[in-house]
Design a protein around this ligand. Structure first.
Ligand code: RIB
Length: 302
């Protein structure tokens, strides 16, 4: 019996969000909506999404000792996330500057702040208490890459490692080999596999990524669902649910969290991805990242 269903290692940001009619070009100024400040960050988002679905979840992260850090700790605690492994101090809390256009699409610039100070030593300090008593550990790349590789090294045998390499960068072979699955959108797939390595469609992208060494791959396609691929197994197209998108911010994090949790419950990759697509579909119908995440009952009602 595990202490947690899912442990997330990753970033926690204050999201400073402005709605815009269109994004400015270089050298241009546009007016936008009033500023909204939401709790965000890919790691904290995943943890909140999983906890809201009912998963026993812990987050390993670092925030600043400041009001943004307290905003994040409040959001995590009130969603039921175990924050004992969230360190505070060392730098200001990470900030994401986000614009959202009328179609719900977002663009994001992150200042990592305290996320950049989440060290391999921080991971070692919580390994026995938090990382090892989990069937699934999930990470992203808004924290230092050496911390993510150390997390993989510390995992108990049998713990499944899920990686959303966002923002994307070239990955060491050892890290790729641990991913089960590697979860990417089209943009991330292009950076990791290299434009030339990708074929015509998402099934081909999934095969090209699989050839780099992960045990399994999920390519997310937004409103078009996802493609799953497993080493030595099938490539499967997973449908999404048609909804009216208001704000896509954090929907990918909700997808990853739901997928990781359901894999830990023993579901197959395509079945878990189909559930995760429904969670992501609910999330895009509401504003913000963490504020948009559904309960299991809301997913069932979709
Ligand atoms: O994936 C969405 C998240 O990306 C935002 O919450 C923002 O903080 C950035 O980390």
């Amino acid at each position: 019996m595990y202490d947690y269903d899912l442990v997330v290692v990753g970033s926690a940001n204050a999201d400073l969000v402005i709605g815009v009619e269109r994004r400015p070009a270089a050298g241009e100024t546009v007016l936008g909506s009033d500023l909204a400040v939401h709790p965000g960050g890919k790691g904290a988002n995943q943890a909140v999404a999983a906890a809201r679905l009912g998963a026993r979840t812990a987050l390993v992260a670092r925030v600043g000792d400041d009001p943004h850090g307290r905003l994040l700790l409040d959001s995590l605690s009130s969603s039921g996330v175990d924050t004992a492994a969230v360190a505070a101090g060392g730098a200001p809390t990470g900030v994401a500057l986000i614009t959202v256009d009328p179609s719900g699409d977002n663009s994001i610039v992150v200042s990592p702040g305290a996320n950049g100070r989440l060290t391999p030593e921080d991971a070692r300090a919580v390994a026995d208490r938090v990382l090892r008593p989990a069937p699934v550990v999930s990470a992203q790349l808004e924290i230092p890459l050496e911390t993510v590789t150390e997390v993989v090294r510390l995992l108990a045998p049998g713990t499944r490692f899920v990686l959303n390499p966002s923002p994307p960068r070239e990955l060491p072979a050892g890290l790729l080999a641990a991913c089960d699955p590697l979860i990417v959108n089209e943009h991330e797939a292009r950076v990791i596999a290299g434009d030339g390595a990708l074929g015509d469609g998402p099934e081909e992208w999934a095969r090209a990524l699989l050839a780099l060494g992960p045990r399994s791959v999920v390519v997310t396609l937004g409103a078009r669902g996802a493609v799953t691929a497993e080493a030595g197994g099938d490539v499967t197209r997973v449908p999404s649910v048609r909804v009216d998108a208001v704000d896509t911010t954090g929907a990918g994090d909700a997808f990853t969290a739901a997928l990781a949790w359901r894999l830990g419950l023993g579901e197959s990759l395509p079945v878990a991805a189909a559930y995760a697509a429904r969670v992501g579909a609910v999330a895009v119908t509401r504003e913000g990242a963490q504020a948009s995440y559904p309960t299991a009952e809301e997913v069932a009602a979709l």
